[in-house]
Design a protein. Sequence first.
Length: 511
Amino acid sequence: ARAWRRASATPMPEASAKRARTMSDVSSRDTPNRITEPLGGDETYCMKDLFQTWGLPTRFHENMSQAWRCKLVPMTSDSATQRTLTCEGVPFLAPVELAQGVFDAMRSDAVAQSETHGGGGDDACVDFVPKEVPGTVGAAEETERVARNAGHVSTTAPVPDCVSWACDSTWSSFARPKVAMVGGWGAPGSHLLSERHMRMVSSFAEVVDGEEPLNLQMFHRNDGEAVPVLPTHMKWPLPEFFDTQASATVQAALANVEAKKVLELKTETQKQAKEKPKENPEARPALPAQGASARVGGVGVPLDMATRLSAQGALTWWHLDDCGEFVFQVGLPVDPETEKRKNAKKDPPRVLLGPNGNPVVKLFIFAKKSDYEWIAQDTVMNRTAKQSALDLFDTPGHYVPGNDELAGPYDAEPLTDCFRDEEKPFKENRDEPDDQQPGEKNTSPTTPHQQPGEKNKTPGSPRLPVFYVAPLEAGGPPLLSPPNLMHCVLTVRDCVMVEERRGSLLFFDEV
């Protein structure tokens, strides 16, 4: 019998669903822990041992199976490696310089508010409240004004603590309440439509000063909020994948195409006019406006931007970013020496330093795209309307398949693409095997759900998934998340993160 399939596919009743886990059992200590494992290495680690070594709360590792293994995401600065990782669907950390504009804008806003309340002159006051969300009319001019004003504030000024900055600013209260998620939202066994893990909040302070850990993802809209739109200052890597502006060459080519279309349509209209009886010109369909369809950007499509405030202990369960949607996100700087907020209900946790020496604020756990069915069982979920997913932190070891269960013959069809093999570099022609010459017909068999960058897999040697763990540091390197990767996120300490989402026309999957 497939005990694993029963454990992962059978949802629990709502009343017995997993309770929201928090990280409140972490005590504040002087000596910080530190992640010493190298980023992007080939070595895999036992996730249970890793989390225990890093000093995470016991509830996040004591009931975890020893079988789950993971790698740390790579950090890369050269575009060739970034391009390869993006094509292979591997999340990676990008150079911190790409987020420097975000940190500078945050510093400038904090200085401006401080000097305004302290009676500073007009020249010292820098308005960092964009009048319009980028992507709307006038947004480009507003972003340029913000960047221009940033030059009036010294970049050597100390960066404020992002949580205090968000909670104590003049714009920290909302024009109308917003929906925040309670830590543990989307837990296995919970109802898909349940509101039990949702709360209404009226300010940023309510997110981090409450009794339960909350997570607020505040999307930037033209809704009267004055929160600075910091994601506009992020610089994306790989413009050939994500640039939202068409290059001069592309724009010229589009103009030529449009000119040819208009000429062809005009010629066809004149030809039809000669062949048919004379008709009223006003009754003819109007020609399309010249250049109307040429108003396209680059290969990157702006989707959304958000500022996310999360309380220590907030856990967001398995979810993914759909289709060609990439997320570029960065943690804002925190000050570990900042005293406990006067309304806070818990003490700051013990500091966990990341590979770059900054406090870790979030831990992302990614599963590969080909390992989707190890994580979630959509058929059961759709039938029961309850989350049917792997509880990574509380699945007893005897429920995880061992070597005997991973070897055939099977009494049921094995999970899709769960076969052990090494991955090969991404090839543009996914139907071309390694030893195939250009132009040669491919006669080798392929698996039904084979993804770019994967070799043909031979049934009979399945394997457990190997996860990617990404430590997001405060004021550290930004993280690029590829689409369609199931992931869950642990918030290690109170923090603010900003993110921008873009679709890439080169990565949209056909349906």
